[in-house]
Design a protein around this ligand. Structure first.
Ligand SMILES: CC(C)(COP(=O)(O)OP(=O)(O)OC[C@H]1O[C@@H](n2cnc3c(N)ncnc32)[C@H](O)[C@@H]1OP(=O)(O)O)[C@@H](O)C(=O)NCCC(=O)NCCS
Length: 215
């Protein structure tokens, strides 16, 4: 599903289960010393996805260790993003010569837990979601908003190495086009708007941002 909403210059791989046999590098194993089984599974399978995607770029397998504030450390000249949630894992990578930054996120296509929406959205965004819900009531718009903001953060962080609060991006969805725009409100921003796409399938809500180098 995420591969379908990313440009062709991006190599993306996804997995709906945790196939056995994936071997981690010692540097990656070292990150899992205190990890519970769920964390070991998502960490391992998403790296399997990433290595498959990197292979399509001709990049040899290498350790993918969480770096600054959890951001993955990609091989030189590669940009990318990873996501995992119950029943889904995905990684997307591209040559840095083609893409400036990538952010992907997947979530269960369910309502947000009580109270979360108010902490991740503005009044304008909530009014926008209410209008969308009248148009397409079957879509979990609140969860998609959350996912879009997670994708924004994952695309933002490698560019800035800075935190971005949920109130610092204003998201607007295009229900018919399966697209969204996130206007960045933070000061000293290297980008004004991230354009992204969204999809819902197999009980998963996913969003993706991939900014071409030419932007
Ligand atoms: C970091 C964060 C975005 C991860 O999202 P999530 O939905 O919790 O988890 P996902 O499974 O989708 O993604 C996890 C992956 O994100 C990546 N990631 C973690 N921190 C990251 C960062 N600072 N920058 C880019 N990618 C990051 C990692 O690859 C991680 O997987 P790994 O630990 O196995 O390597 C989220 O936990 C967070 O801190 N959000 C607050 C910031 C935010 O979203 N602001 C809104 C801006 S509008």
């Amino acid at each position: 599903m995420l591969p379908l909403i990313l440009p062709t210059a991006v190599a993306a791989e996804e997995c709906f289960d945790d196939p056995p046999g994936t071997v981690l590098f010692p540097e990656e194993e070292a990150c899992l010393v205190r990890a519970v089984d769920k964390r070991r599974r998502e960490f391992t399978t998403v790296r399997r996805c990433a290595r498959l995607a990197l292979g399509r770029l001709g990049v040899a397998p290498a350790p993918l260790v969480p770096g600054e504030r959890g951001a993955p450390s990609w091989p030189a000249q590669v940009v990318g993003s990873m996501t995992h949630c119950v029943g889904y894992r995905a990684a997307a990578v591209a040559p840095a010569s083609r893409m400036w930054t990538i952010g992907i996120d997947a979530e269960p296509a369910e309502e947000l837990p009580e109270g979360v929406l108010d902490s991740i959205s503005s009044a304008d965004e909530r009014a926008h979601l209410a209008a969308l819900a009248r148009l397409r009531p079957e879509v979990p718009w609140e969860r998609l908003l959350f996912s879009a903001k997670e994708s924004v953060y994952k695309a933002w962080f490698p560019l800035t190495h800075r935190w971005l609060g949920f109130e610092e991006a204003e998201v607007e969805f295009d229900a018919a086009a399966g697209a969204f725009r996130a206007r960045i409100l933070a000061e000293d921003r290297p980008v004004d708007v991230f354009a992204g796409r969204w999809t819902i399938a197999s009980g998963i809500a996913a969003t993706a941002i991939a900014v071409p180098r030419t932007h």
